[in-house]
Design a protein around this ligand. Structure first.
Ligand SMILES: Cc1cc2nc3c(=O)[nH]c(=O)nc-3n(C[C@H](O)[C@H](O)[C@H](O)COP(=O)(O)OP(=O)(O)OC[C@H]3O[C@@H](n4cnc5c(N)ncnc54)[C@H](O)[C@@H]3O)c2cc1C
Ligand SMILES: NC(=O)c1ccc[n+]([C@@H]2O[C@H](COP(=O)([O-])OP(=O)(O)OC[C@H]3O[C@@H](n4cnc5c(N)ncnc54)[C@H](O)[C@@H]3O)[C@@H](O)[C@H]2O)c1
Length: 480
């Protein structure tokens, strides 16, 4: 074959092919194989849609839905500013098809590039599930189950990601449910949507569907949504969510079944038993690493109790030459972390005598709900638990000029710093554009700026939203 190739080109059953490098997973794993690997024989193995979670069923489509939902929600708050708007319609098929009409061709184009572009003459793409059958031997079974091929390699990259956890709830499997993998492709909007879970996925989809006019009931086992956030932020988010849709806290779903056309959820809470009727159900209770699908134990690669592949600071597993990155090994399950780790793995494959370490000191995240939440570093509870001295500075959007422009009354930033040195320990923001407003803090933490130098050593554009950060920094009571 002149250019790159698709595996099974010869339809060889139980053929054995040796490669220099095998990469399992086409999310961040796919980014590793650049022209710098032109002198190596490489195989890429993918069991699902080319491009992985973020592109196809994760960050990118969800944020396209979130932006759309933000627009749909404008009339619900514009009247406070004297602008009376009305949402006259939501064309779900148009919303859905705009999003996937853009994404699906990118995925298809990525696979096409690997299979046919001259840059990939040294690369073979296998559409199938890889499973280790010996230390450096991966058996790939085609998605149709028909053919298998054994790949041996000097080096492997495990970039197999994670998948949604399906909890054991009697009746759930038989009744049918959605996960984040399927909910975005619904043929039509349901009248009522139940969501089991109260983390990232639950918060983002509750915002999307409630803004589009669906009656959402979110069922949380815990006493608040986003319980891993700083508790002030989680509490505020939960209060605001409950104004937009039904939030059932401390509710355990114990049984699911169908009654006529509805899905019935039986829940137990301190107040007793409850029955919740919905038309569609989304299960969003976390994700589990795909290391089990790979049967990594056969290789000597170690895993944590929760299935995460154990890696060292160079992203190498317990077996020399087998590296891992992203959700399959990371405690963070975030795309920017998977991408960072992919860059580290790429460097270490190319420069084995000059390897670099991954940097997980200040990993930020954002929840694109309503409002947005963004966070980096220690929460106040973590600082207390770890006995780390801290000083806090707060600022409300309501106290900065742009907050007045938006008439925001609920958002705020909270920044923790070392009281002696002023070095930043953590920051937590809830409010408009929190995911963008937090970026200067991430920069300051990464490059070791203290609160005072950061606040006074630069201009802050007036009257822009980052004044929230400037004022929160100035409100930190440092010792010096
Ligand atoms: C709904 C949702 C929204 C999200 N939003 C954000 C966000 O806004 N920001 C953010 O930072 N993160 C977000 N994430 C998380 C982010 O998508 C993941 O952290 C990231 O995509 C992980 O990348 P990865 O390369 O490790 O794995 P993936 O992209 O999942 O790639 C792994 C690939 O490996 C394949 N595979 C698995 N096992 C095998 C096997 N045995 N053989 C062959 N192939 C295999 C899978 O099919 C998959 O395509 C979101 C996740 C979800 C679910
Ligand atoms: N904006 C983003 O960056 C973004 C968006 C979506 C997803 N993600 C990533 O994907 C991961 C998975 O998201 P998620 O929301 O599924 O997980 P999550 O870990 O954020 O939240 C899951 C929640 O479900 C609860 N839970 C667990 N088991 C339960 C059960 N049986 N019944 C009811 N509740 C239960 C947990 O207590 C937790 O609060 C996230 O951790 C995140 O890393 C990121």
């Amino acid at each position: 074959m002149a250019a790159g190739a698709a595996g099974w080109g010869t339809c060889a059953q139980w053929g054995v092919t040796h490669y220099d490098l095998v990469v399992v997973g086409t999310g961040s794993g796919n980014t590793i194989v650049t022209k710098q690997f032109a002198d190596r024989k490489v195989a890429i193995v993918e069991r699902g849609i080319f491009g992985g979670t973020c592109l196809n069923v994760g960050c990118i489509p969800t944020k396209m839905f979130v932006h759309t939902a933000d627009l749909a929600a404008v009339p619900s708050h514009s009247s406070r500013l004297g602008v009376d708007e009305k949402l006259t319609g939501v064309r779900w098929p148009d919303i859905r098809d705009r999003i996937f009409g853009r994404i699906d061709p990118i995925s298809a184009g990525g696979a096409e590039y690997r299979e046919h572009h001259p840059n990939n003459v040294n690369v073979t793409l296998y559409h199938g599930t890889g499973r280790f059958t010996a230390e450096r031997e991966l058996t790939v079974t085609a998605n149709d189950g028909g053919s298998s091929e054994v790949l041996t390699a000097d080096q492997f990259v495990l970039a197999a990601g994670s998948r949604p956890i399906v909890p054991f709830i009697p009746g759930l499997e038989e009744t049918g449910f959605h996960t984040s993998d399927t909910i975005m492709r619904l043929p039509s909007l349901p009248r009522r949507l139940g969501i089991i879970g109260s983390g990232f996925v639950a918060a983002e989809f509750a915002h999307v569907f409630s803004s589009l006019g669906v009656e959402v009931t979110l069922i949380a086992r815990s006493d608040r949504m986003l319980r891993h956030e700083d508790s002030e932020i989680a509490k505020r988010y939960t209060e605001l969510a409950a104004e937009k849709y039904t939030v059932k806290l401390l509710h355990e779903t114990v049984h699911v079944w169908r009654r006529n056309d509805a899905i019935v959820l039986k829940t137990l809470s301190p107040a007793g038993a409850d029955e919740i009727l919905v038309d569609e159900l989304l299960v969003a209770v976390g994700r589990t690493p795909n290391s089990d699908l790979l049967d990594v134990g056969v290789t000597g690669v170690e895993t944590e109790k929760d299935g995460r592949v154990v890696v060292d600071e160079y992203q190498q597993t317990a077996v020399e030459g087998i590296y891992a990155l992203g959700d399959v090994c990371s405690p963070y399950q975030l795309k920017h972390v998977a991408n960072h780790e992919a860059r580290v793995v790429q460097h270490n494959l190319l420069h084995p005598d000059d390897r670099i370490k991954s940097d997980h000191r200040y990993v930020p995240h954002a929840v694109f709900g309503s409002p947005q939440v963004a966070s980096v570093g220690l929460t106040e509870e973590e600082a207390i638990d770890q006995g780390i001295p801290y000083a806090v500075g707060r600022e409300a959007y309501a106290d900065i000029a742009y907050g007045w422009a938006m008439e925001d009354t609920t958002g705020f930033a909270k920044i923790l710093a070392d009281p002696d040195s002023g070095l930043l320990l953590g920051a937590h923001i809830i409010g408009p554009q929190a995911s963008t407003v937090i970026q200067p803090i991430i920069q300051a933490m990464s490059f070791g700026l203290d609160a005072h130098t950061m606040a006074r050593g630069q201009y802050w554009i007036h009257p822009a939203m980052p004044e929230l950060i400037e004022n929160a920094l100035l409100n930190i009571k440092l010792k010096n």
